[in-house]
Design a protein around this ligand. Structure first.
Ligand code: KIV
Length: 273
C-alpha cells in the first residue's frame, strides 16, 4: 500500500507548481508512455507526468532519443492523456522538431497540443533555442526547459557523463537558466549535474527546478518510470533509486504462466466457459 495520500485532488496546473516551490513543497514527476502506466502513476498521486522522448529508448529499444518522430511522440502523449485525471502532462518535443527555426517549432508545438491535449511541452537547450522558446510561449503554450545533460545532444557531448563540472559550463548553465525563466518557461529540468550547482540554480530561480541526478537541493525530482520500477535491470546510474523489482516479478510471473500452460494446468475448469 502506498504511504502517500493525495490531499489536493484538483488538476495540477503550472501556477500550482510555482506555488508549491514558494511554499517549499517538493514536486514529484515521473515519465509514462502509455495509458495503463499513466492511470497507475496518476492514481498514486504524481504531480507531473512527462511523456519523455526516452520512449525512444525504453519503448522502442533505440540506443538514443534521436530517432523518435513527432508522430510517435503524439501517439504516446495521446495514450497518456487518456489515462490522467490529476497530474500535469508534459510532452517532450522530439529531436529535429524545434531546432531548425522558430516558425517550424511553433507549428510542431501547436500540432502536439491540438492532437494530444497535453498541458505543456519540454524542450532541451538554452540560449541557442530561445527564438523557438519565445515563439511557442507567444502561442500560449507553456514550456518546461531542460539543461545539463540533454540527451538529444549526445552526439555533441560524446558521453552520458556528468555535465557542467567546469566553471565555464556551469556559468553558461546558470545564464541559460535565467534566460529561460525570463522568457517565460514555467519550470526547468536539470539532468546529471553536480548537486551544488543544482542547489544554486534552484535558489536563484523563482520557477521550480526539477532534478534527475542534480541532487536534493532542487524543487522536485523526476525519474523514468521503467527505471524506478526496476524493469530495466541493466541500467544502474548512481542517481537511480529502485522502488520495485518488476524485472524479477515479471520474469517469475511469465515463467509460472509458461509452466502452467505446458503442464495443462491453465486454464482450469473455473477459467473456461
Ligand atoms: O525523456 C525523458 O525521460 C527526460 C527525463 C530524463 C527528464 O527528458
Amino acid at each position: 500500500m502506498s504511504k502517500y495520500i493525495v490531499e489536493d485532488t484538483r488538476k495540477v496546473t503550472t501556477h500550482r507548481l510555482v506555488e508549491m516551490k514558494r511554499k517549499g513543497e517538493k514536486i514529484a514527476m515521473l515519465t509514462a508512455y502509455d495509458y495503463t502506466m499513466a492511470t497507475l502513476v496518476d492514481g498514486a498521486g504524481i504531480d507531473i507526468i512527462l511523456v519523455g522522448d526516452s520512449a525512444s529508448n525504453v519503448m522502442a529499444g533505440n540506443v538514443t532519443t534521436l530517432p523518435i518522430t513527432l508522430d510517435q511522440m503524439i501517439y504516446h502523449a495521446k495514450s497518456v492523456v487518456r489515462g490522467v485525471k490529476r497530474a500535469l502532462v508534459v510532452t517532450d518535443m522530439p529531436f529535429g522538431t524545434y531546432q531548425v527555426n522558430a516558425d517550424e517549432a511553433v507549428k510542431n508545438a501547436i500540432r502536439i497540443m491540438k492532437e494530444t491535449h497535453a498541458d505543456a511541452l519540454k524542450l532541451e537547450g538554452g540560449e541557442e533555442i530561445l527564438p523557438s522558446v519565445r515563439k511557442i510561449l507567444d502561442a500560449g503554450i507553456p514550456i518546461m526547459a531542460h539543461l545539463g545533460l540533454t540527451p538529444q545532444s549526445i552526439n555533441k557531448f560524446g558521453t552520458y557523463g556528468v555535465r557542467a563540472k567546469d566553471e565555464a559550463e556551469a556559468e553558461k548553465l546558470c545564464r541559460d537558466a535565467k534566460l529561460l525563466q525570463d522568457a517565460g518557461c514555467f519550470a526547468l529540468v536539470l539532468e546529471k549535474i553536480p548537486a551544488a550547482l543544482g542547489t544554486k540554480v534552484a535558489s536563484e530561480l523563482e520557477i521550480p527546478v526539477i532534478g534527475i541526478g542534480a541532487g536534493g537541493g532542487v524543487d522536485g525530482q523526476v525519474l523514468v518510470c521503467t527505471d524506478m520500477l526496476g524493469m530495466t535491470a541493466d541500467f544502474t546510474p548512481r542517481f537511480l533509486r529502485r522502488y520495485a523489482d518488476l524485472h524479477t516479478v515479471i520474469n517469475e510471473a511469465v515463467g509460472n504462466y509458461i509452466s502452467d500452460v505446458k503442464a495443462c494446468d491453465f486454464p482450469n475448469e473455473k477459467e473456461q466457459y
